[in-house]
Design a protein around this ligand. Structure first.
Ligand SMILES: Nc1ncnc2c1ncn2[C@@H]1O[C@H](COP(=O)(O)OP(=O)(O)O)[C@@H](O)[C@H]1O
Ligand SMILES: [Mg+2]
Length: 254
């Protein structure tokens, strides 16, 4: 059975998209079948996987409004074993469009029922908001990965996110689990980075992935070539970190 994992944090720039793309690619090279759903109107995951987002006509928007089946919105990517449901900027309008619908929080969940078992993992790259698109992602998901940047204000907003997860568990999706908190953009030379790691581990203990994603310039470069870090520079620290994360995830779920 496929496992659906939302990568969420309403803070922008914490490494959600970088994690979604490169965890997907890493699981792919470890021979797992992966579907990435781009649930951010910015469409960074789509462009980061080499899709020309200007030309996207069928994507997450159509899947969320149920005008197209999830199966018909899937495209192949250059990354082995990774398929994609792309996004385009119009996705932002879905928040307004769904607002009057009775089942507005369940639109994505219902769409994914048909394809869930075609994949080992379905990863959803969430937008930096707690709006209806993110709510749909958390309702559809079995688990959530929360990237936390090893920077100033790392924990800012985390309480609100954890409350949202709790309310989704109470109201819409009692099975939703926290897969893990993921420390990102770690720089061992910075005292602050080390302090964030200590603090997060102290508060959240076993909820935190052992794997830490280091700051690595190659991770920032890869998307402009439309490639995952595995394709762009398989020997980089970033590639090694994300392969390790994929292995840790597989071990947790074996
Ligand atoms: N480990 C990392 N090392 C270096 N740059 C990173 C790393 N993770 C993310 N970045 C860069 O930081 C920026 C924000 O990351 P992104 O994944 O887009 O965050 P989000 O999706 O949460 O907004 C991007 O420019 C990305 O390339
Ligand atoms: Mg993003």
């Amino acid at each position: 059975m496929g496992k659906i994992i939302a990568i969420a944090n309403q803070k922008g720039g914490v490494g959600k998209t970088t994690t979604t793309i490169n965890l997907a690619a890493s699981l792919g090279v470890l021979e797992k079948k992966v579907l990435l759903i781009d649930a951010d109107p910015q469409a960074n995951a789509s462009s980061g996987l080499g899709i020309d987002v200007e030309t996207v006509e069928i994507g997450t928007y159509e899947v969320l409004e149920h005008s197209v089946s999830a199966k018909d919105a899937i495209v192949k990517t250059g990354s082995p074993n990774v398929d994609l449901i792309p996004a385009h900027i119009d996705l932002v309008a879905i928040e307004i469009e769904l607002v009057d619908k009775e089942d507005r929080e369940y639109m994505l969940k219902k769409s994914l029922i048909d394809i869930k078992d075609d994949y080992d993992f379905i990863l959803i790259d969430c937008a930096p908001s707690l709006g209806l698109i993110t709510l749909n992602s958390l309702v559809a998901a079995d688990a959530v990965i929360i990237p936390i940047q090893c920077e100033y204000f790392a924990l800012e907003g985390l309480g609100k996110l954890l409350n949202t997860v709790k309310s989704v568990q109470n109201i819409h999706n009692p099975d939703l689990e926290i897969e893990g908190l993921l420390l990102t953009m770690f720089d061992s030379r910075l005292r602050l980075s080390n302090q964030v790691v200590d603090e997060v581990r102290k508060h959240f203990a076993s909820m935190v992935f052992e794997t830490i994603i280091r700051r690595n310039t190659r991770l920032g470069e890869a998307p402009s070539y439309g490639e995952s870090i595995i394709a762009y520079d398989a020997t980089s620290k970033g590639a090694v970190n994300y392969i390790n994360l994929a292995q840790e995830l597989l071990k947790k779920n074996s």
